[in-house]
Design a protein around this ligand. Sequence first.
Ligand SMILES: O=C(O)CCC(=O)C(=O)O
Ligand SMILES: [Fe+2]
Length: 335
Amino acid sequence: MISDEALEQLWKEHLHNSNKEERKIHNFMRSTFHKLRIGEILFKFFKTYLKAFESDGSQVVVTQQLTSDLLGQLIEKNQISAIHVPGFCPPEVAESLSQSALEEYTHWKLGGVVSTDMFYAGGSVPKEVADHSWPDFRRYFGERKDFVGKQRMMSKGTWPVDRLRLDLDDTWPFGACLGQYLGEKLRPAIMRIMCEKNDLNFPIPKHGFIHTDDFPKLKSAQGTFSANIYLKIPEEGGELYIWGINLNRLKGMRNYLSAQILTMIMTQGYVFDSEWQQEIFKLLPAPHIIKPKRGDLVIFHSGRPHSVAPVTKGVRVTNQLFIRANGCAPLAVFS
Ligand SMILES: O=C(O)CCC(=O)C(=O)O
Ligand SMILES: [Fe+2]
């Protein structure tokens, strides 16, 4: 258990770290671009010139187990859109974990402010939320161990997140480990819930909110991948959409400009806006639509545009984790 003094010290280091000069400049540029609506103005100005993206031909591969070859195609070569492993988690474990998720859950606001259609359960505060407020930061590091302990207990020692971490360690040439921040271990996964109710006061597009969690220009063995283990499947909705595009492979001025503007729109507050979602949708090729079953695992590059269709009946529960790839370093797992 981390002491209160150690937690306060960590928060001070975090504030110091976030205030470093290069980060300040980056944040200042981002917020100024957003305030002046630069992305929106460029988008409208170049609207007729923008070019819809073609698929890069990458497919969703369904497999019984993770292999070095498949991870190489996903992480190193960016040749596949997603790896889908059916039945990764036994049904009784999925059932027990999803029951525990429904005991307590909190509305997820991006950075603590922007409403989303998701909830996080059992006190598994997302790192990006924790980064913005002391109470959430304290909860993240203060409750990390208890959360993991409870997840393992509910899984009777076979938490699918642990199995995934071991499989990645066994199959990726440079291994896998738990991510760290300022010398402190991070939490390996979050528990997420989507249901019919949410705090949004506008309709959600039928494909959900298209977004990226990483820069959409994919590089070799670099970037943040997202892994989801599906613990409870809703009766209606909740399909995962992934667009097989790689903005790094495009050639020519028109493509370049379209890629820059799409990136700007997808990474600045336009994601939770129905009208912008239609504009983004029009620029993308046909998506892969994955309808996961209970216990399935799906891993994809979070820089590829993706979305989750709104849940219109029932509840959807997942264990979600990010996997950071950085060349020859071990994969780092965190949430
Ligand atoms: O819940 C899912 O299927 C994917 C959600 C998502 O946006 C992500 O994992 O990055
Ligand atoms: Fe995402």
